[in-house]
Design a protein around this ligand. Structure first.
Ligand code: NAP
Length: 349
């Protein structure tokens, strides 16, 4: 397969650097351009401070930053754009890119709730990718969810079959979720902050859209979703406590068996960044923990792509558990790369 030329927008940030790391020797994509803020224009990638281990891969160190100029990207043969721009910057840029024919895979929130833009978590809703055919542009925009929504929805894979009615969740979100440099040390050290701007309504809206039925357009599910989103002083990994009410009484063994046997849809089987299994269940009494469980995912390229579920408690029609996922990989760059791999497999790229 001839490699598809791609660009990373926002390549210096914590998500952007995860893109760089994941694109090293990628079997489908060839990194052809990197962009960040105007001040970086012409600078070499090697001049950038590493935000994550391996975030400035040696093989890309000599690349120079381009300005964000869609025509320039097109002239370089770029077909796919991975966007790790702040939401307020991403909106117009991603629209212009899609209008001019680029296939945009975005982490930003700007277009997530647009009617014809899918929020893709392919293990749950790979069929939603066809929604891009409704976008009246030469290219298209595909988004992935907010990092907390991603972890929550992945953990619903094994319990959706029991008929979810209501979700009550509380998150314990890592500092890196706020980007680099993120929160002031004075605010977060020895502290817990019980508020993350816009996070709770986003989680509700995105979750019901992702799990919605797709028949040419998306009909969101009618679940009640209540959330408290809290920032804690871990570096990577969003932990979520989930209380799910389902339609009928269920027993612990049936739910545990479902959690132990989650499989990806066949269409994802040979995608390089797809984790197998996408959800790992543990009966260990004190897991998952960010310190030990944020790098889950097989094969090697899918490291950080699997979510872990533990602390399962089932009583009558309620299922309670704790789930953990890597906000920078599964909840951001890795999710986008997987979405682009799926689009390539379906011939949309
Ligand atoms: P970040 O660390 O703050 O990085 C932001 C990037 O955008 C940097 O490369 C920055 O370049 C660039 N940028 C900032 N202002 C710009 C402008 N006016 N024009 C062009 N480029 C500009 O943020 P992040 O955490 O990586 O997040 C990136 C996006 O992913 C955001 O939309 C965020 O909401 C979303 N997201 C983040 C996470 C997470 O866990 N962090 C998870 C899911 C989604 P300079 O370095 O040159 O300023």
């Amino acid at each position: 397969m001839k490699k598809i030329k791609c660009a990373v927008l926002g390549a210096t940030g914590v998500v952007g650097q995860n893109f760089l790391r994941l694109l090293v020797d990628h079997p489908y994509f060839e990194l052809t351009a990197i962009c960040a803020s105007e001040a970086r224009k012409g600078l070499m990638l090697a001049t950038v401070k590493e935000q994550i281990k391996g975030g400035i891969p040696e093989s890309f160190e000599d690349m120079l930053f381009d300005p964000i100029d869609i025509d320039l990207l097109l002239s370089k043969g770029v077909q796919v754009v991975f966007s790790a721009l702040p939401s307020d910057v991403a909106g117009d840029i991603e629209t212009e890119a899609a209008e001019k024919g680029l296939k945009v895979f975005s982490n930003a929130g700007a277009h997530r709730m647009d009617e014809n833009v899918p929020i893709l978590i392919p293990e749950l809703n790979y069929k939603h990718l066809d929604l891009v055919k409704n976008q009246n542009t030469e290219g298209f925009i595909v988004t992935n969810a907010n990092c907390t929504t991603t972890g929550l929805t992945l953990s619903l894979l094994p319990i959706r079959q029991f008929g979810i009615k209501r979700l009550i969740v509380a998150s314990y979100q890592a500092i890196s979720g706020a980007g680099y440099p993120g929160l002031s040390a004075v605010d977060i050290i020895s502290n817990v902050i019980p508020y993350i701007k816009n996070e709770e309504p986003k989680l509700r809206a995105e979750c019901t859209k992702i799990c919605g039925d797709f028949q040419g357009s998306i009909k969101p599910v009618d679940w009640e979703v209540y959330a408290h989103c809290v920032r804690v002083q871990t570096i990577i990994g969003h932990l979520i406590s989930v209380h799910a009410e389902v339609e009928q009484d269920v027993d612990h063994d049936a739910v545990a068996a479902a959690m132990q046997s989650v499989e990806s849809p066949n269409i994802l089987k040979d995608l390089p960044t797809a984790p197998h299994p996408p959800v790992v269940f543990t009966e260990e009494y004190d897991r998952p923990q960010p310190r030990y469980d944020i790098e889950l995912g097989w094969p090697e390229r899918a490291k950080g792509m699997a979510a872990k579920i533990g602390r399962l408690e089932v009583e009558k029609n309620t299922i309670r558990y704790i789930t953990l996922s890597n906000n920078l990989v599964r909840g951001a760059a890795g999710g986008s790369v997987l979405n682009a791999e799926l689009a390539a497999k379906k011939g949309l790229v």
